[in-house]
Design a protein around this ligand. Structure first.
Ligand code: NI
Length: 434
């Protein structure tokens, strides 16, 4: 579906910037640098405040208040309560033109922080262990910088501060899908969207590639219903635990034997429940898991194969089964044409040796929903201090990104947004069939 984003939507100005040159003129580029320098301390303070006060998905009340207050002080058109705690702000440029967006996620994780930083989390059991505090601070920094060079902006910039990227609590809607449902890409219509994620590579380095860069993630639950019996009389029962074992093993063979090995996919069963006690043959077992795949082909193929394995194994032993499979997140797709158009901006700022290809990741990101609707550009921002040989992984209790990455992120985003406005003629909405 996403490949059907029409070329017209990506209409580029005649004569694209040659590699290494950006569309932002030298004077504006210098002004951006000065503004970043001027606001740097304040932005670091904001980041530390957010880090000290992490909030879970769909509960980003204080973060949202802080974001809205800052954006209002910059005189942007601010909307709060979007998709529960989301904040959306519009910066109208001094010159007419299309609208592009930057998205930042605001939620934290249920992890107890173990770092020894002075701005450690004050909320027990909660931590910004995925760097969303950095993402939010970068987007606020971009708003501060760009609102001071409004006159130079040929169009509008929409700032999307999104809740619940890590997933809404059970029985709640949330995240990017709900933001879109509530019209975040409309009024004015957003033509392209930018996002980033912190990544344990050196500060000053980014990773970017076009195409599918992060996996689609789906959820499934399998229930196997056999027949209970005395543990010593298996002939009188149908052992749901033995069937579950068979199913688990065969499902791994589906991935290794039926899927193209150069089109990666992962199937993980993360939860298993069944049986009552040691000497009773289990009547029922439930398996719960996730499937990750980069391509839509695999996302369609894998559930079909899984269902036939489950049915085949249970039926051959006289058991019954249910198979519940729910597509959850599409893969993050960097539009090839749009990506190639904007890549010179990254290279122009960081240098060719600091813009490295991005190996597709099997982790997921709900930025994918925006990139399904309009051309998206998502890159990984290095946050490891160059003096360190390694850094703690994302989602770990001692994750501690280098704050110097914030200024790098702001600069890249400012240039990407301005260049994309420069390079795009008025954007057409996607066709009705999209
Ligand atoms: Ni994250």
């Amino acid at each position: 579906m996403r490949n059907r984003i029409p070329a017209a939507l990506l209409t580029l100005a005649v004569g694209l910037s040659p590699l290494g040159l950006t569309a932002v003129d030298t004077k504006t580029a210098l002004k951006i640098d000065q503004e970043i320098e001027k606001h740097n301390l304040e932005i670091i303070k904001i980041r530390r405040f957010i880090h000290m006060n992490p909030e879970l998905s769909n509960r980003e009340y204080e973060t949202s208040k802080l974001v809205a207050a800052k954006l209002s002080s910059l005189d942007l058109e601010v909307k709060t309560g979007v998709a529960r705690t989301g904040v959306v702000a519009l910066l109208r440029g001094g010159q007419p033109g299309p609208t592009v967006a930057i998205r930042a996620d605001m939620d934290a994780l249920p992890i107890q922080e173990t770092t020894s930083v002075p701005f450690k989390s004050l909320n027990p059991g909660l931590m910004h262990a995925c760097g969303h505090d950095i993402h939010t601070s970068i987007a606020l920094g971009v708003a501060m910088v760009l609102s001071n060079i409004k006159d130079k902006i040929k169009g509008n910039v929409k700032f999307i501060f999104q809740p619940a990227e890590e997933g809404a609590p059970q029985d709640e809607e949330g995240g990017a899908a709900l933001m879109i449902k509530e019209g975040v890409l409309d009024d004015p219509t957003v033509g392209a969207i930018f996002g980033l994620h912190v990544w344990p590579e050196d500060v000053g380095q980014v990773n970017f590639s076009t195409g599918d860069i992060m996996a689609g993630a789906d959820w499934f639950e399998i229930t196997i219903k056999g027949k209970g019996a005395h543990g010593a009389r298996p002939q009188e029962g149908i052992d749901a635990i033995v069937l579950a074992a068979e199913i688990i093993t065969t499902l791994q063979s589906v991935i290794s034997r039926s899927i193209d090995p150069v089109d990666p996919a992962v199937l993980t069963i993360g939860k298993i429940e069944g049986g009552t006690r040691s000497n009773i043959i289990a009547e029922k077992v439930t398996l719960e898991g996730t499937v990750r795949a980069l391509s839509e082909t695999n996302r369609k193929k894998i559930p079909q194969l899984m269902e036939s394995v489950v049915k085949g194994i249970t039926q051959s032993f006289g058991a019954t089964s249910t198979f519940d499979y729910r597509p959850t997140l599409p893969s993050v797709y960097n539009h090839p044409e749009f990506g190639q158009t904007m890549l010179p901006t990254l290279i122009g700022i960081l240098g060719k040796d600091k813009v490295l290809p991005l190996q597709p990741q099997m982790v997921a990101e709900d930025f994918s929903f925006y990139a399904q609707k309009i051309p998206g550009f998502f890159f990984f921002l290095g946050v490891k201090s160059p003096s360190q040989t390694t850094t703690a992984a994302l989602h770990s209790p001692n994750f501690n990104p280098d704050e110097r990455s914030i200024a790098v992120g702001i600069k890249l985003m400012c240039h990407l947004l301005l260049d994309s406005l420069d390079k795009q003629s008025p954007l057409e909405p996607p066709p009705a069939s999209f």
